[in-house]
Write a protein that binds this ligand. Structure first.
Ligand SMILES: [Zn+2]
Ligand SMILES: [Zn+2]
Length: 240
């Protein structure tokens, strides 16, 4: 009991963005929270990326490369401000940031999530070598925390990443897709768990061209899942 109260005094929580000591029970300082690039305004119906006008239903990437998933949500723009926060999320401050991101996803998208009625929340997996080295999968933390907030069960071992590192940065969107073909699959041990599943909410920290989400979505659909929706913390901007 004492321990619980002593630890915050001895080791005050620091803002993961600016390192200032945090006010009690906050996970990011109020001024950093205000200045983050929250997604407001029109977004692509398919992937949740910001688009330039309300009339634009789909972003450039979704028009060029039609997606197999049904609906996408994100909360922050991926830029020079959020990039270091995602790095911190991957390597430090993980618990606190995962709770913060999950809460923000819940606050901003709970009505859509309620409409979509997902049966399961599933994280995009990392390779087991990476998991061993890092100790956790950041998307797995998000899935667990969003599950706690929504009451929707999460199944962290449903998807498996069978190939470790594949350089993606230099590749075109189509080449990224080809590059990831066969990298993700549904864990055969869990096939019976997804029988009759109508909607899966697939979760990850970042969405760029959507290649990872697309390949994971295809794996789930071909295993018999009825519909896949996606949710990420950060997303890029549409190229048009
Ligand atoms: Zn701060
Ligand atoms: Zn899109």
């Amino acid at each position: 009991m004492m321990r619980k109260y002593l630890i915050p005094i001895l080791y005050p929580r620091r803002c993961p963005v600016c390192s200032k000591v945090l006010p009690f029970s906050t996970r990011i300082c109020p001024s950093c929270q205000d200045s983050l690039p929250w997604i407001r305004g029109p977004v692509c119906f398919r992937c949740g990326k910001p688009v330039t006008s309300e009339e634009q239903e789909l972003c450039y990437d979704c028009r060029q490369f039609p997606k197999s998933f049904y609906y996408g949500m994100s909360i922050l723009l991926y830029n020079e401000e959020t990039q270091p926060i995602l790095v911190a999320f991957k390597y430090h401050n993980r618990r606190m940031l995962s709770e913060f991101f999950a809460e923000q996803i819940y606050l901003r998208h709970r009505l859509e999530i309620a409409d979509l009625q997902p049966d399961l929340i599933v994280p995009v997996p990392i390779h087991k070598n990476k998991r061993r080295k890092r100790g956790y999968n950041q998307a797995g933390l998000l899935a667990r925390d969003l599950s706690a907030l929504t009451g929707i069960p999460s199944l962290n071992q449903l998807l498996v990443r069978s190939v470790d590192t594949i350089p993606q940065k230099q590749l075109t969107p189509q080449a990224r897709l080809n590059n990831l073909e066969g990298v993700f699959h549904v864990n055969p041990a869990y096939l019976d768990k997804i029988k009759g599943i109508r909607t899966v909410l697939l979760i990850d920290d970042i969405y760029t061209t959507g290649a990872t989400m697309e390949i994971c979505s295809r794996a789930l659909l071909s295993a018999g899942v009825g519909r896949v929706c996606i949710c990420t913390v950060c997303t890029g901007v549409s190229r048009d």
